[in-house]
Design a protein around this ligand. Structure first.
Ligand code: UDP
Ligand code: MG
Length: 317
């Protein structure tokens, strides 16, 4: 790759006033240590503390390097990052959280991996400093994502990541609203890698994710990669009605052999009929799910495929 590459660092900010001074200082230092021109894009995701003033001041003191993007209200971390992507001009784009849990000093390492030829570079948090609940839920999610997407990344939750320009262009071309950027970006990548980074406690303030926001984020992640849960309805329905029919036949045979008293005067038969009906309902729901999944995929309007590059021999002759 040519070496006059430029780097854009995109940081979503939601009520992080206490972290911004140190964040800026450390990011600028990291930028200074690289031979690339850098821009730092701070996206204010509708903060109600002094974040806006801090960003304005930082942008004033570092013209051409620090840029502020201000959203009118809180849209969530991933939408804020998308807004930042839209303004980013770099050949390499790095995302980072504003709370200093992921050290900005790792940015040059991520950039180096991109220069080695990887399309996406993720990071794995060493000795993760989060609650047990957050760690456990992340573990389950990471394993599921690995299975479904087939991309062997170990830590989808860590937002310290670097992307090649073309990946960001492809991501920006997806008009979907609820999105989980690491999964979406990986779907356009040919080669990915991960580096291990230190993980620190939040520098100041509390996590900006309430339990409800966290659940909603996990659903964004799930729905951004698969419509399998909808298909699960048909599978469960099929199994229930299969057993219902089996149970019905079994009851009928037993009733003939042992008489009406054994079958509690028709109560068991009622159960068998119930099972079959519940199964039928599930199958019907599953059928709706199959349509819904397809409608969802079409509405989301992701590109059908993404051409990484083309070799046309005639061009070279
Ligand atoms: N964030 C945001 N909008 C939100 C929630 C979070 O821009 O609605 C930003 C936040 O300022 C931080 C990053 O997203 O830079 C990650 O948030 P946080 O550290 O609270 O998440 P956690 O580390 O708990 O996953
Ligand atoms: Mg954090």
């Amino acid at each position: 790759m040519k070496d006059n590459l430029s780097v854009s660092i995109v940081i979503p900010v939601f009520n992080e006033a206490e972290n911004l001074s140190e964040l800026m200082e450390r990011c600028l230092k990291a930028c200074g240590s690289m031979d690339h021109s850098c821009e730092i894009i701070l996206v204010d995701d509708g903060s109600i503390d002094a974040s806006e003033d801090k960003i304005v001041e930082a942008a004033r003191m570092n013209p051409g390097i620090i840029k502020g993007v201000f959203l009118n209200k809180n849209y969530g971390q991933h939408s804020a990052i998308m807004a930042g992507f839209e303004q980013a001009k770099g050949d390499i784009i790095v995302t980072l959280d504003a709370d200093l849990q992921n050290p900005p000093e790792e940015i040059p390492n991520l950039v180096n991996q991109i220069k080695l030829g990887y399309d996406v570079v993720g990071s794995v948090r060493e000795k993760r400093q989060d609650t047990l609940f957050r760690r456990m839920s992340s573990l389950i999610i990471n394993k599921t994502v690995q299975k479904v997407t087939g991309v062997m990344m170990n830590d989808y939750g860590c937002m310290l990541r670097a992307y090649k320009r073309y990946i960001i262009d492809a991501v920006l071309n997806c008009p979907e609203r609820s999105t989980f950027i690491p999964v979406l970006a990986n779907s356009f990548a040919r080669t990915t890698t991960e580096i291990i980074v230190k993980h620190e406690e939040r520098h100041a303030g509390n996590s900006k994710y309430s339990i409800l926001k966290l659940i909603s984020l996990q659903f964004d992640l799930l729905t951004s990669m698969t419509t399998f849960p909808l298909r699960l309805l048909s599978i469960i329905g099929g199994i229930i009605s299969f057993f219902g029919v089996g149970f019905g036949v079994f009851l009928m045979v037993m009733r003939i052999i042992f008489g009406a008293v054994w079958a509690v005067n028709g109560v068991f038969t009622l159960f068998a009929v119930l099972f079959i009906l519940i199964g039928a309902q599930f199958i019907a729901l599953g059928l709706l799910g199959e349509y819904l999944g397809r409608v969802y995929n079409d509405v989301r309007a992701r590109p059908r495929y993404y051409i990484h590059h083309i070799i046309d021999k005639q061009e070279n002759q």
